[in-house]
Design a protein. Sequence first.
Length: 399
Amino acid sequence: MATEKLSSCAKFLDTSKHYFAMISLQFGYAGMNIITKVSLNQGMSHYVLVVYRHAFATAVIAPFAFIFERKGQPKITFKIFMQIFILALLGPVIDQNFYYAGLKLTSPTFSCAMSNMLPAMTFVIAALCRMEKIDMKKVRCQAKVVGTIVTVAGAMLMTLYKGPIVEMLWAKHSHSHDKSNATNNTGPSDKDWFLGCTFLIIATLAWASLFVLQAKAIETYKNHQFSLTSLVCFIGTIQAIAVTFVMEHNPSVWRIGWDMNLLAAAYAGIVTSSISYYVQGLVIKTKGPVFATAFSPLMMIIVAIMGSFILAEQIYLGGVIGSVLIIVGLYSVLWGKHKERVQSKVDDIPMHVKDAGNATLMTDSTNYFIESRSNEEGETIKNLSSVVINMKHNQEGNN
């Protein structure tokens, strides 16, 4: 009896570990947004924060690259170096600086909502670069296009319409308890709000561009992802130092002690840029990118709750409506990407031999494989076994 309970518990943990991992990551990302917002409000330069963040990330990731990926390192040609240089410029420098600047002028919840545009923006850039094929006759392509339009509409609504403050149920008591704080905390001006929205959109576009260009670099560093990440973080740190010297002329901005500024840089570098990279990579490897991306709206909910308690954050009606539109668009794009991914797997399956109810027999030139086809969704195909059936090769056409 005890053995059965242990076995069922182990099975539950095995099947749910990916869910626990992604939920934990969302809490980690949410914590980064809250801690960073506090640090920025206390006067830390976001240029300096980017430098320290990626210095911490490089220090954490580089040893793993050295230990596990020393052998067979790709030769760094000028072309590869330029790819890494551009990736570092788009990620650590442009994306992070604009994101932090937007976060400072808006709010953590708003910034998280804007970041949910990433799949739609990636789709647009990939389509412009002709890396995505658009066939409007197919439902999955229609879903991606409509989802992108809805996402952009949500972002524009959040940018152009602020609206009245929406009181959170759990925060009503605390806000009414301290009315003077609520009066003083009027939030950013409309000009700052619009500027912050613009910065966040630029950050999302830079991050989406990084994803598209990263596909080329990953071809070279397919088995050396720690190495690629550490190189991008290292070169990004150098670039960020150069940008900081240009933008910040006061040497005191570099000063950092045992305070919230150090916590923000260390937390973002170690948790967000290092641990999350590894955990998310494992999840994507086993469950796919759509599964990993589907959890991103959870971060916005966590940040909204934490922000209302810790920062007394004010949430506006325009932000709520825009967030809903962005999430609807996000899942529409993800649904289209999921269907596309499933269809690509179907196209890779060897020649169809025989359909026997739910079981479909597949063959190539030497082997037969058992596959299962869902009655409800003809496109959904799931491997049930990799066992090779020893039988005579029969190529009767049932097409």
